[in-house]
Design a protein around this ligand. Structure first.
Ligand SMILES: [Zn+2]
Length: 514
C-alpha cells in the first residue's frame, strides 16, 4: 500500500450545484436576482465550479445561466444538458459568455433506466454518450459527463461507457448515486474499480454526485475521495432533490479537519461558509435544522457543565474546529443604530450582497428605524431587511401600507388592510376567517382576486430575544404551481401579510408572463 504522506496533498475540486440540483428541491426556486447573489457568494466562498442551471428546462433557466456566465467571474460556470443536440446547443449558448465554462452532459446507463426510461440498447447508450460529448466539445474544452444512476449500472458496462466518453473528450467523469442507494464501502469500491479497469481514466478527473436518501451523501462522497475521486458535487446546506445532496460545508470541513487522513485540501475559504449558508437559507426560505453539522445554530454550542469547564481550560478538549474557521463570529453585534452607511454597506457586502447606491440608502434607513425599536441588531436582521428591500422590486405590484385588526377567542376577527398598487391605495376589509392570519389571507385574496391554497405557513424568529424579528414563510399553491413568499417584521401579523402579498405578486407576475 502507498504511504499516505509520500505524495503532496491533492486538491479536491468543489463543484457546487445549489443553483441546479438545489434549486430543483420543492419550494427552493429562486429568481434571477437571487441566483446572481448566490453565484457571487459562491465565488467568494471559493468554489471551483458553479453549476448554474439546466438551460433547456425553461427560458428563465437559460436566461439565468447566461446572465451568471456574463456577470460572475472567478469560477467555472457550468450548464447541464441531456445527451440531445438541442440541449447541448442551448447549454453551449448559455455558458458562452463565461471566461471559464463547462458543459455537463448526462445519460442514464443503468439497466432499469435503459429499459424503462430511454428504451435504448447498451450500444445506443454508448453511441449517444460519445456523440453528446463530441458535440459539447464544439463549445468548450471543459466537458463533464455523467452516467446517470451509475451506482446501479453493471460494472463492465459502466467501465465501457466511461472509457468511451473520455476517449471522446470528456475531461471530468461524474459518478452519480442518483437515488442515494450506495454505501461508503460499495461506492469506494466502484471508484477503485473504475481506476483499475478503465485504461484512459487518468486523462479525466473522477467526480461524485451523491444523494442523501439514506443520510450517507457526505460519507459516500468522502469514501470516494479516499478511493481517488478528485471532484465532489455538493450544495450549500445540502439542498437538493428529495433528501438533498452532499452538504458542501460538511464535506469541506471534514477534508480540512481530517487532512491527516484524507491527505487532500480544497480551495474553499472556510470563514465564508456560515455567511453563504445564511444567504442561501434566507433566499430559499429553507432553514437548516438547529443541530445540523457545521452551520446549525447549535453546532458550536456547548451546554453541558463538564464540556464548558473543559472548554474554558482549553477549547480543543471538546472542539475539533474553531467557530471562526467556518465564519461564526462573535462580532455579530457590531452594528447598531449609530452605524454609518459605509459600515452597513461593508457588512452587507460581507454577507454576500452587492447593493446599488439607491438600495443601500433604502436599507440604511430601514436598518436605523429597526435599530430604534430593537436593542440588539444581528447579521440576520440586516439580511432580513436587505431581502425585503431588494427582492420585492422584481415583481412588485402590491405593497402593504398598514393594517388594523381586532380579534379575540370569542369573536370573529375584523381585519382592514391598506394596500398600495402603483399610485392607488386600496382598502380592503373582512370579518371572515378562522383567526387573524386566516383573516389577513382572506382579505388579500379578496383584494387581489387570486385564490390559492396555502400549503405551508412557517414562523420563526430571525435572531434571539423577545424583540426579535419574526420571519414568516408561506407557500401558496396556485393552479398546480408553488409560489413562495417571505415577510419579516417585529410584528408577526404584518410579516404574514407581507409574505402572502409577496407570493401573490409572484402569482400575478407569472400570470402576466403566461
Ligand atoms: Zn442530483
Amino acid at each position: 500500500m502507498m504511504s499516505e504522506t509520500s505524495e503532496a496533498p491533492r486538491k479536491i475540486t468543489i463543484f457546487d450545484t445549489t443553483l441546479r440540483d438545489g434549486e430543483q428541491c420543492p419550494g427552493a426556486s429562486m429568481n434571477l436576482s437571487e441566483k446572481l447573489d448566490v453565484a457571487r457568494a459562491l465565488v467568494m466562498l471559493g468554489v471551483d465550479v458553479i453549476e448554474a442551471g439546466f438551460p433547456i428546462a425553461s427560458p428563465g433557466d437559460f436566461e439565468s445561466v447566461r446572465q451568471i456566465a456574463r456577470e460572475v467571474e472567478g469560477a467555472t460556470i457550468c450548464g447541464l444538458a441531456r445527451c440531445v443536440n438541442v440541449d447541448i446547443d442551448r447549454a453551449g449558448e448559455a455558458v458562452a459568455p463565461a471566461k471559464q465554462r463547462r458543459i455537463h452532459v448526462f445519460l442514464a446507463t443503468s439497466p432499469i433506466h435503459r429499459e424503462f426510461k430511454l428504451r435504448m440498447t447498451k450500444e445506443e447508450v454508448i453511441q449517444n454518450a460519445v456523440a453528446g460529448v463530441k458535440r459539447a466539445k464544439g463549445y468548450c474544452e471543459d466537458i463533464e459527463f455523467s452516467p446517470e444512476d451509475a451506482s446501479r449500472t453493471e460494472p463492465d458496462f459502466l467501465c465501457e461507457v466511461v472509457g468511451a466518453v473520455i476517449a471522446a473528450g470528456a475531461t471530468t467523469v461524474n459518478i452519480p448515486d442518483t437515488v442515494g442507494y450506495a454505501t461508503p464501502d460499495t461506492f469506494a469500491a466502484q471508484i477503485r474499480m473504475l481506476k483499475q479497469q478503465v485504461q484512459n481514466i487518468e486523462q479525466a478527473v473522477i467526480s461524485v454526485h451523491c444523494h442523501n436518501d439514506l443520510g450517507m451523501a457526505v460519507a459516500n462522497s468522502l469514501a470516494a475521495v479516499s478511493a481517488g475521486a478528485g471532484q465532489i458535487e455538493c450544495a450549500i446546506n445540502g439542498l437538493g432533490e428529495r433528501a438533498g445532496n452532499c452538504a458542501l460545508e460538511e464535506a469541506v470541513m471534514a477534508i480540512r479537519t481530517r487532512q491527516d487522513f484524507y491527505h487532500a485540501f480544497t480551495g474553499i475559504v472556510t470563514p465564508r461558509i456560515v455567511p453563504t449558508s445564511r444567504l442561501v437559507s434566507g433566499i430559499t426560505g429553507m432553514q437548516v435544522q438547529r443541530n445540523k453539522a457545521i452551520v446549525g445554530q447549535n453546532a458550536f454550542a456547548h451546554e453541558s457543565g463538564i464540556h464548558q469547564a473543559g472548554m474554558l481550560r482549553n477549547a480543543t478538549t471538546y472542539e475539533i474546529m474553531r467557530p471562526e474557521d467556518v465564519g461564526l463570529t462573535k462580532s455579530d453585534l457590531v452594528l447598531g443604530k449609530h452605524s454609518g452607511r459605509a459600515a452597513i454597506g461593508d457588512r452587507a457586502k460581507d454577507l454576500g450582497y452587492q447593493l446599488t447606491s439607491e438600495q443601500l440608502d433604502d436599507v440604511v434607513s430601514k436598518f436605523k428605524s429597526l435599530a430604534d425599536r430593537k436593542k440588539t441588531m444581528y447579521d440576520a436582521d440586516l439580511v432580513a431587511i436587505i431581502e425585503k428591500q431588494v427582492r420585492n422590486t422584481d415583481a412588485k405590484t402590491w405593497t402593504l401600507e398598514r393594517y388594523a385588526l381586532e380579534c379575540g377567542s370569542d369573536r370573529h376577527p375584523h381585519t382592514i388592510l391598506w394596500v398600495r398598487c402603483g399610485e392607488t391605495l386600496h382598502k380592503v376589509e373582512t370579518e371572515e376567517g378562522d383567526g387573524p392570519i386566516d383573516s389577513v389571507f382572506l382579505a388579500l385574496e379578496k383584494l387581489t382576486g387570486l385564490t390559492g391554497q396555502c400549503k405551508e405557513f412557517r414562523v420563526h424568529s430571525v435572531t434571539v430575544g423577545k424583540d426579535a424579528q419574526g420571519e414568516v414563510n408561506v407557500e401558496i399553491d396556485y393552479h398546480g404551481s408553488t409560489y413562495r413568499g417571505r415577510g419579516v417584521s417585529t410584528d408577526t401579523i404584518q410579516a404574514s401579510a407581507e409574505a402572502f402579498l409577496m407570493a401573490m405578486n409572484r402569482i400575478a407576475a407569472a400570470a402576466s408572463l403566461a
